[in-house]
Design a protein around this ligand. Structure first.
Ligand code: C2E
Ligand code: MG
Ligand code: MG
Length: 569
């Protein structure tokens, strides 16, 4: 503190004057928890003047919507450490509720009766409401109001865990409407949407109380039936559904008969995790379609005839790791204002001797299954750091390389050391490395993730959250992570003609701004999409419009071309 300010601050009156200028609301109580001072921001936030609250216990602000445990935790923390920070829901004078981010500090004096409590409050209602909206977007299908795929997955996993514990049977039903495309083509999309809503209602009617339904996507629905006593019960339920579908649907004054194909898988016989159960119910559904539709089928082992091929590929993969058949491709990331490159994303490829270049979606599951994912990621990281340093030395000075980090790699106890080694070996500055983690990594063990991310951040590296919008992370949790960039998943960008996606992109950008995060839109393929995301405020993009993922030499050429053309302009 400088000397003249120190003199100024010595006067209590001057300090109180300063508090009047604070943007945050301030409330001071005495030992008896009676309010003895508030500042103008408090009045603005709550609607109460000092005269109205003087001498009152702050309890009158409570909305009744904050849990008792929150207040218990608050007082325990204040007793133990003298302070507490958290979120509570309060009520204004006009009875409206508001979310409040609050820090309460106990000021202890020599005499116990001379204690004061200072509460500093910030109104975070707008952000909270945005988060709620995001939750709605993230978990519910706007057309039918049913839970969406994300939500279904989450619930299914919980039900599987319960079934495991109680040794119960669970059934998974996968529905696909027959010839839905025809309805869309003949009567238009609006009619198709109406049909899907009616369909959702009819399925829900049968399933009500015995399981849960989701709109899984397009004309696909899924149903989870937990605690099945006898497998034959499912047959009865499916028959009820077929029966309810015998009544016609009305479309633009026409009655239309719709049928559907249903595939069924059972836990634990056909899989013990959500992905396998879904895959198998889906295979059974496809078999039904092959057999003439309007039918249902229970999964049988031979339905996955890809299994044999998968096994050969697994053998090839382990050999590929030893003989170095992997390559790193690079996709350039672009600053939309000047259309200049600011970095690249490293994307791994398998150069298979017979099958050619294979994409990660084919071999990443194998890498995970064989426990070699971390090894593969580390190899990509080293290669990418090395190559980026070389490009920098060739004059492309400010490039940042983004490298995907799988959950398996991130979980390694020596993860940080391995990342640092890659940097040291290549000579790349930490600021030139951005690690991409997905939302599913972010919701691993909260403390472990937070510690690791902060360590990387302290060492100068950047962090981005990949495929944002597809996972289960809650934004309120993300605030505690030092994330520099959100990468909006390409499904939102590519579907950005649809109003709902546009709204999500807009919302994510607004939220990111309020959290001081950068946004990259992935999957930009056309000028039209570029203009749309630009309009919503996105300044950085990645997508086929500017660059495919390219092998090293091709990427180097394109980087130079894009950078030089900018310099000439
Ligand atoms: P990602 O990290 O979200 O990478 C972006 C993916 O979107 C890449 O697919 C890229 O080729 C594709 N893409 C980019 N722009 C466009 C576009 O305009 N249109 C379309 N249709 N696609 C676009 P890719 O290379 O097949 O990688 C798929 C995923 O595999 C990656 O998604 C990432 O999650 C994972 N992956 C790739 N390389 C690695 C790696 O080295 N380690 C780990 N752990 N995962 C990796
Ligand atoms: Mg990525
Ligand atoms: Mg992505």
């Amino acid at each position: 503190m400088n000397a003249s300010f120190s003199r100024f601050a010595k006067s209590k009156e001057n300090v109180l004057k300063l508090l009047n200028y604070m943007n945050d609301g301030l409330m001071i109580t005495n030992q008896a928890k009676e309010i003895i001072a508030v500042n103008p921001s408090f009045t603005k936030m709550t609607g109460y003047s000092f005269a109205e609250v003087e001498g009152k216990n702050p309890k009158f602000l409570q909305s009744g919507q904050t849990s008792r445990t929150t207040f218990e935790e608050m007082w325990m923390s204040i007793r133990e450490s003298g302070t507490w920070t958290g979120e509570i829901i309060n009520r204004r004078k006009d009875n409206s509720k508001f979310y409040c981010y609050i820090t309460v500090t106990e000021i202890r004096q020599k005499e116990p009766e001379e204690r004061y409590y200072i509460a500093i409050m910030r109104d975070i209602t707008e952000r909270k409401l945005n988060e709620e909206k995001m939750h709605q977007f993230a978990y519910y299908d706007t057309l039918t109001g049913l839970p969406n795929r994300n939500y279904f997955f989450q619930e299914l996993k919980l039900e599987i865990a319960k079934a495991k514990e109680k040794e119960e049977i669970l059934a998974l039903l996968f529905f696909d409407l027959d010839r839905f495309k025809k309805v869309n083509d003949s009567y238009g999309h609006q009619a198709g949407d109406g049909l899907l809503s009616d369909m959702a209602e009819r399925i829900s009617e049968v399933i009500d109380g015995i399981g849960f339904v989701s709109r899984f996507g397009g004309d696909e629905f899924t149903v989870c039936l937990p605690n099945i006593k006898e497998k034959s019960m499912v047959k009865g339920i499916v028959e009820q559904i077929f029966k309810i579908f015998q009544a016609p649907f009305m479309i633009k004054g026409n009655s239309i008969f719709m049928t559907m194909s249903i595939g069924v898988s059972f836990f634990p016989d056909h899989g013990t995790d959500a992905d396998t159960l879904l895959k198998n119910a889906d295979s059974a559904m496809y078999r039904t379609k092959d057999e003439g539709r309007n039918h249902f089928r229970i999964y049988e082992m031979h339905m996955n005839d890809q299994t044999a091929e998968q096994l050969t590929l697994e053998g090839d993969y382990l050999l590929a790791l030893q003989t170095g058949q992997f390559e790193v491709y690079y996709q350039i990331q672009i600053d939309v204002d000047g259309r200049t490159p600011f970095g690249m994303e490293a994307l791994v490829r398998w150069n298979h001797p017979d099958k050619g270049i294979l994409s990660p979606s084919i071999f990443i599951p194998i890498a995970e299954d064989t426990g070699t994912m971390a090894e593969l990621d580390e190899w990509v990281l080293k290669r990418a750091c090395h190559q980026t340093r070389r490009w920098q030395e060739e004059g492309l000075a400010n490039l940042v390389i983004s490298v995907n980090v799988s959950k398996s790699f991130f979980k390694q106890p020596d993860f940080i050391v391995r990342v640092e080694t890659a940097l040291t070996l290549s000579g790349l500055a930490p600021e030139s490395l951005c690690l991409e983690v997905t939302e599913n990594t972010a919701i691993l063990q909260f403390e472990d993730v937070r510690n690791k991310l902060w360590k990387l951040k302290e060492k100068g590296m950047r962090i981005s959250l990949d495929d944002f919008g597809t996972g289960y992370s809650s934004l309120s949790q993300l605030r505690y992570f030092p994330i520099d960039t959100l990468k909006i998943d390409q499904t939102f960008v590519r579907g950005s003609k649809v109003k709902e996606n546009e709204a999500i992109v807009k919302l994510i950008i607004a939220m990111a701004e309020s959290l001081n995060m950068n946004v990259i839109c992935e999957g930009v393929e056309t000028e039209e999409q570029l203009n749309l995301v630009k309009k919503e405020g996105c300044r950085q993009v990645q997508g086929f419009l500017f660059s495919l993922p390219l092998p090293t030499d091709k990427c180097g050429e394109l980087l130079k071309k894009l950078t030089n053309s900018r310099n000439i302009v």
